[in-house]
Write a protein that binds this ligand. Structure first.
Ligand code: PGA
Length: 254
């Protein structure tokens, strides 16, 4: 059984005071907290603060970063390594988000290097993939997502244990637009991703890798999306900034 996984992606939002407010107001029953994994991926600047303040006040929430550089150290001005992330208490890291692919020209090959570095360092990668609206309308969604999965994830199958990674399917046209994929559209692509993991890695890996849906997930649609067999959780942007909304999302009804 795959444990449901709800991750917030705060993007370039949040200061210590808004983080504190969130930590003080997020709540999940002890019973659900046992059964679900709840993570907030946040700007680097908030990780040390959250480890200290949040860890004590709201230990249900685990923390993650939104980016990492694949080299261990050296002359890479402005970048953050896996060891530096570990030092802050981060246990997860988003890689391959469409915003980084688009605005920072990150390739599948680069995403794969980041995944390998995270796995070597013991941080769980959350690898994002997804198609544009144009690609969906052309009918090439599976081709696009299949290539991203092959080059950013499956490329490491021979050398790394991939069974603990998390994959997030995020159709780009649904991110921050209020336009959610229907649960059928989301399920179809998540099932396709799982079949690729099965075919190219192993059935055991495909059974254990959590596949999330991301793109305007919110309290009003989470229950329906989570009812699908291949959707194991969500990567939530806008709605994760509000503690009440994210509490409701984490408490989705089974
Ligand atoms: P959204 O963002 O929930 O605001 O659409 C999701 C994401 O980019 O991870």
């Amino acid at each position: 059984m795959r444990k449901p996984f709800m991750a917030g992606n705060w993007k370039m939002n949040g200061t210590k005071s808004t983080a504190k407010e969130f930590i003080d107001n997020f709540s999940l029953s002890a019973e659900l907290a046992e059964k679900r994994q709840v993570v907030i991926c946040m700007p680097f600047t908030l990780l040390p603060f959250w480890s200290e303040y949040g860890g004590e006040k709201n230990p249900v929430i685990e923390i993650g970063a939104e980016n990492v550089y694949p080299e261990p150290k050296g002359a890479y001005t402005g970048e953050i390594s896996v060891d530096m992330l570990k030092d802050t208490g981060a246990a997860y890291c988003i890689i391959g988000h469409s915003e980084r692919r688009e605005y920072f020209s990150e390739s599948d090959e680069f995403v794969n290097r980041k995944m390998n570095a995270l796995l070597d360092g013991g941080i769980v990668p959350i690898v994002c993939v997804g198609e544009t609206l144009e690609e969906r309308e052309k009918g090439i969604t599976q081709q696009v997502v299949g290539k991203q999965i092959a080059q950013s994830v499956i490329a490491s199958a021979g050398e790394k244990d991939l069974s603990g990674i998390v994959v997030a399917y995020e159709p780009i046209w649904a991110i921050g637009t209020g336009k959610t994929a229907t649960s059928e559209q989301a399920e179809e692509v998540c099932a396709f991703i799982r079949s690729e993991l099965d075919r190219c890695i192993s059935t055991a890996a495909a059974d254990s890798i959590r596949i999330l849906y991301g793109g305007s997930m919110k309290p009003a649609n989470v229950d329906e999306l989570m009812s699908k067999p291949n959707i194991d959780g969500g990567l939530v942007g806008g709605a994760s900034l509000n503690a009440a909304d994210f509490s409701r999302i984490a408490a989705f009804e089974e």
